[in-house]
Design a protein. Structure first.
Lengths: 572, 289
């Protein structure tokens, strides 16, 4: 079973709520869901949509076709009807006028039912849900449950009114809808999925950071990173987490460095534009060897670009940002499950190596919603790295030269130790110096950390047949679409696999060299125009990717789009 | 007990002979001793410039020497995660009032519990003599040659601090050791954003704002019946910026500080209050359908 819904309308009409309700119905019923949010950078009006894909098999990407369109505005029909599958249905409010209405489409009194039955046009959401469920012949019982879950806090009256509206619309649809939907799910009450945790990438990341014992977050709101910050702030009071919305991103990272210097795990969230402002402080974190986690939810640039859209074009910027040379780690989670794991690892890696760790998401990762298995936090390890022995030590040196480049940390407030740091080149005791030998030793101290960092990072993974002739090379959030494209092509007989990187930098090269030996063609699949990851691979290994699939229109890739690009280039 | 020996210079001081910073360093050492707090609970954040090299000239005190204009955000992070620390910011006019002015204003409105000591000499000294944001209109420097000299009015740090919401605002003079030590101790002990604009001649580059000039043009606020709690009177005194410079405390009031509005544990430092994984599991389980 597979079905996709597109719910469209103006910002502020509640399309997210309809989407959430519908997702919950299917998750309750045991299906896998994958939802993308496509919205404009405005508060009201315009045209936004939520697209939900439902399947009885695990899914990690959106698709191009739509089976059911729920339109709250005319644009929502016009914008999507070319993508409607044969036998698909458009449900729209009767207030929207069309001259080319087809019989299979359903002009529904959504607003009228909300007003007359519920007494509030806001209940259009419930009405739309009732209509959808009726059209696909899905049992109504689940609707009651999700409405009570969503509106339960507002009191029984609100729940009952919403259920009444949904039921009225459900009954009305059953008796009035003359078309037929090819999706008759009457016989399909239960799917196989037991995954009941519905999360965005940003929320998963936020939960991971909290589990990692994040004690300080300072951020400035910037799409598409903002919800990660908010998801942490929401729990700040109960869990005791210092959280502050700052005057700018310069202050954000500055405060996070101060907090970390004083002994708290700290983090900032931003997008590329905000990271641009943080670059100065990134260098300070590096020079003072202060651990910090920086999350960049990328959006298309340069400059303001497309605030609410997706791209992977900050990779080389983040890899090389700041004057000077120093180690850093870049992690790019592919989905919410990995997002939680990456967040917890990021804090451990930052502490262990006393360096900045950067997490690269993008709007697709940040806002897409999946249902995943329950996250069990008992497996979360908190490794604070090398710490100085407790008790007075008048000879304590914050930058003690060691074989592995890592000096034991102490913090202001530790009795009997003086902790001195500087963004200038410094001696072992932290006081500044211009001595050429010490300068060289301190640079080498940074670089001596790299072998251990490499050993600690996760190697890339090969998906599919190890010996395939064609390899799709991916990193971060494009994993899902590329993985599904690869599986479809492989099941149709193509010799194809996928090599995917979550831990992007420093680059692990062993698997790369193997793949470049086995595969006849390695194809970079990236959400940018210049295949930045492939460039990094070439720079670090000399291995050259010659075929590229690039998307840079701000909209996420789908498996179908990747397949058609590969076909067009005669690769498959 | 902190002894002067504990605070001995870890490095040779690199300031010019006769520089106003020497007086500030001497006053800081005396203030740290007079504070009578465990020395490991004192921490300095400094920016960039001659002023901000001070952590390297005072031993035994925790410090982080940061970026141009940014010592206040860094100090804010240090303070909130460990409110047991006395966090002192050393910054200059070129540091705090140029790149750092935005942070300064926002820290003041947050009333974050820091003591900010601005080494104010009207010139960018370490970069060798350009006009700073506090240089008077017409000030002649390498980047403001005559005519017309600096083509703008100076930033007024005390007035900025008062209007932005700082709860302790004072002016000190490097040449008045006794007065400066007293102000420093009071500023560090004050619970809230405390600013001291410290007049300190740059003997190498600034031939206008000299020791002689300040000795002749400063007068004590406290000897002249100034009301510390009257914001408008404080502002009027802060605007007296030209022929005569009032020295002393302009403004001192009690207001909730930033930390009191944050999710800090009842006891101990935030950094020592780990999140219980059971609570995280509960958040996750509550999200489950």
């Amino acid at each position: 079973m597979e079905i996709s819904f597109n719910i469209g309308g103006e910002a502020g009409q509640g399309i997210d709520t309809i989407g959430d309700l519908l997702t919950q119905v299917f998750v309750q019923a045991g299906f896998y869901t994958f939802t993308i949010k496509d919205f404009e950078s405005r508060i009201r009006g315009g045209y936004n949509f939520t697209q939900i894909r439902v399947s009885d098999k695990p899914i990690h990407a959106s698709v191009d076709h739509i089976d059911v369109i729920i339109a709250l505005s005319k644009d929502a029909v016009v914008g999507q009807r070319d993508r409607l599958t044969e036998g698909g249905v458009i449900i729209f409010d009767e207030g929207i006028e069309f001259d080319d209405l087809e019989a299979c489409h359903f002009s529904a009194p959504l607003e009228k039912t909300a007003r007359e039955v519920g007494g509030n046009i806001k209940m259009m959401n419930a009405a739309a849900l009732g209509a959808i469920i009726a059209i696909i012949n899905f049992p109504f019982t689940l609707v009651e449950q999700v409405l009570s879950d969503l509106f339960g806090r507002k009191g029984e009256k609100i729940v009952t009114a919403n259920v009444d509206v949904a039921k009225a619309m459900y009954d009305l649809t059953k008796s009035n809808f003359m078309g037929t939907c090819k999706y008759n799910l009457e016989s399909l009450e239960r799917g196989p999925s037991k995954d009941k945790l519905i999360l965005t990438g940003n929320k998963a990341l936020a939960l991971g950071a909290i589990a990692a014992n994040l004690k300080w977050i300072s951020s400035y709101p910037m799409s598409p990173s903002t919800s990660a910050f908010q998801d942490i702030v929401e729990h700040a009071f109960d869990l005791k987490i210092g959280a502050l919305q700052t005057e700018d991103e310069i202050a954000s990272l500055g405060m996070a460095i101060g907090a970390s210097y004083a002994g708290a795990r700290s983090m900032v969230t931003t997008s590329g534009g905000g990271f641009s402002l943080m670059v100065e402080a990134l260098g300070l974190a590096a020079m003072t060897e202060t651990p910090v986690v920086i999350y960049n939810a990328q959006r298309p640039g340069p400059s303001t670009g497309l605030p609410t859209r997706t791209e992977q074009a900050d990779l080389l910027f983040m890899t090389f940002a700041s004057q000077g040379e120093f180690p850093r780690i870049i992690l790019a989670p592919k989905d919410p499950i990995e997002g939680f794991d990456v967040a917890t690892r990021a804090f451990n890696l930052a502490d262990k190596f006393q360096i900045p760790v950067m997490i690269m998401g993008d709007q697709y990762f940040a806002d897409s919603v999946m249902n995943i298995p329950r996250i069990d936090v008992s497996g979360v390890k908190r490794d604070y790295g090398k710490l100085a022995k407790k008790g007075p030590d008048p000879d304590y040196k914050r930058y003690l030269l060691t074989k592995d480049g890592i000096s034991p940390r102490a913090f202001p407030g530790d009795e009997g130790k003086t902790v001195v740091s500087s963004g200038n080149v410094h001696r072992e005791d932290g006081h500044i110096t211009e001595d050429p030998k010490l300068r060289a030793l301190m640079v080498e101290k940074f670089m001596n950390k790299i072998p251990a960092i490499m050993a600690d990072l996760e190697p890339p993974k090969i998906f599919g047949n190890e010996k395939a002739e064609i390899t799709l090379l991916t990193w971060g959030s494009t994993w899902g679409a590329a993985n599904e494209a690869m599986q479809i092509l492989a099941s149709n007989g193509a010799s194809i696999n996928q090599l995917h990187f979550c831990d992007v930098y420093p680059l692990r090269t062993v698997k790369l060299r193997e793949v470049f030996t086995t595969a006849k063609q390695v194809i970079a699949v990236e959400q940018n125009i210049t295949s930045q990851f492939a460039q990094l691979v070439k720079m670090q290994t000399g291995l050259e990717v010659t075929q590229h699939v690039n998307k840079y229109d701000g909209r996420p890739m789908t498996p179908g789009w990747i397949i058609s690009e590969l076909k067009e280039a005669s690769i498959v | 007990m902190i002894t002067p020996e504990m605070l001995e210079d870890p490095q040779k001081v690199t300031w010019c002979t006769g520089c106003g910073n020497h007086g500030i360093l001497a006053a800081l050492k005396k203030a740290v001793i007079e504070l009578d707090r465990p020395v490991h609970e004192v921490a300095i954040s400094s920016g960039i410039g001659c002023s901000s090299k001070i952590p390297h000239y005072i031993g035994g005190v925790n410090s982080i020497h940061t970026l141009h204009g940014r010592p206040i955000p860094i100090a804010t992070g240090m303070h909130v995660v460990n409110t047991n620390l006395d966090v002192i910011v050393h910054t200059g006019d070129g540091d705090c009032l140029a790149e750092g002015l935005g942070h300064f204003v926002h820290a003041a409105r947050r009333n974050v519990n820091l003591a900010v000591f601005i080494h104010n000499n009207g010139v960018n000294g370490l970069t060798k003599g350009q006009f700073s944001p506090s240089a008077p209109r017409g000030y002649i420097s390498k980047t403001s040659p005559p005519p017309p000299g600096a083509p703008m009015d100076p930033v007024n740090p005390t007035a900025q601090a008062i209007t932005a919401g700082a709860t302790f605002v004072a002016r000190g003079f490097s040449g008045d050791q006794k007065g400066l030590v007293k102000l420093m101790v009071e500023a560090i002990r004050h619970k809230g954003f405390a600013v001291i604009d410290i007049l300190q001649p740059c003997v190498t580059w600034n031939h206008q704002l000299t020791w002689k000039y300040y000795n002749e043009h400063t007068y004590s606020l406290q000897d002249n019946d100034h009301d510390l709690t009257d914001k408008f009177q404080a502002l009027a005194k802060a605007m007296e910026n030209g022929d005569r410079y009032p020295v002393g405390v302009f403004y001192k009031v009690e207001r909730p500080d930033l930390a009191s509005g944050m999710a800090l544990p009842d006891k101990g430092a935030l950094k020592d209050h780990p999140t219980d994984l059971k609570d995280v599991q509960k958040i996750i389980d509550d999200l489950m359908l």
